[in-house]
Design a protein around this ligand. Structure first.
Ligand code: ZN
Length: 251
């Protein structure tokens, strides 16, 4: 069986600087997420972090990645533009991308969306109820009609994203706001899923249903083919049909 090659990218800053976050994720959020993905034998997940050379995303690593997941927050600005270019190119060619929680403001997500990706937010430890909009989608398989996360950061509308291909999840928060919590896009040949839950001070990535969504999402985002970037010139003598029409340049 060929396993899906997943790279779980973690900014890995809060885990080092906050005792509270370090207590929830002693080996980093990226490790918790990779472990959750590896529960499915069809997936082979490894991790990469901001602190590594090329943020762990060398050409070799990306060439060897079918789906990349991205969690960032405090250090979006520290991500080198050349790595953003590299990831964008791979997405356009067909690599899947799962953008998590505060990754909504990451350079790569804003680049691929082309919009502000701004939203409403509040950190009050409130309850979130996540509603499934399309139980027939690959990403929502195994989920109940709705489920509750006891504590999450509120992300609310308006969310400055382009109209998604699909809205799969809607989050309702205790304070009354709602949010498009799970949305899909295609950019080039690459499939993208944005998933809102995952604030660092709550144990969201330990939640079994959240882990199920992450596994479903990487399996959904697997490349279907490769569409290499770059324009190709083809000379007249290489055209599939002889060019004999009375075009302006033909004498
Ligand atoms: Zn957050």
């Amino acid at each position: 069986m060929t396993q899906l090659r997943v790279t779980v990218w973690g900014e890995n800053v809060h885990e080092q600087t906050s005792k509270a976050v370090g207590a929830i994720y002693p080996t980093g959020m990226h490790t918790t997420i990779a472990d959750a993905l590896n529960q499915d034998a069809r997936i082979k997940a490894r991790t990469a972090t901001l602190q590594e050379t090329d943020h762990g995303l060398t050409d070799t690593v990306l060439a060897d990645t079918d789906v990349l997941t991205w969690w960032g927050h405090a250090a979006h600005g520290k991500v080198d533009d050349k790595i953003v270019d590299r990831v964008q190119k791979r997405v356009l060619e067909g690599m899947g991308l799962i953008v998590l929680h505060s990754g909504h403001h990451s350079k790569i997500f804003k680049r691929l969306m082309g919009t502000s990706c701004d939203l409403l937010w509040r950190e009050a430890g409130e309850r979130e109820r996540v509603w499934v909009c399309n139980p027939g989608h690959a990403i929502t398989q195994g989920l109940p009609p709705q489920f509750v996360l006891e504590h999450e950061e509120m992300y609310g509308e308006p969310f400055g994203i382009p109209n998604p291909d699909e809205v799969l999840l809607i989050g309702w928060f205790q304070g009354g706001e709602v949010f498009r919590s799970g949305v899909t896009y295609r950019r080039g040949a690459g499939k993208i899923f944005y998933f809102q839950p995952g604030h660092e001070t709550y144990p969201t990535y330990h939640e079994p249903l959240v882990q199920q969504i992450l596994r479903n999402a990487v399996l959904w985002a697997k490349p279907e083919g490769v569409f290499k970037t770059g324009c190709q010139h083809i000379s007249a003598d290489k055209a599939p049909e002889p060019i004999t029409a009375s075009g302006a340049s033909v004498h």
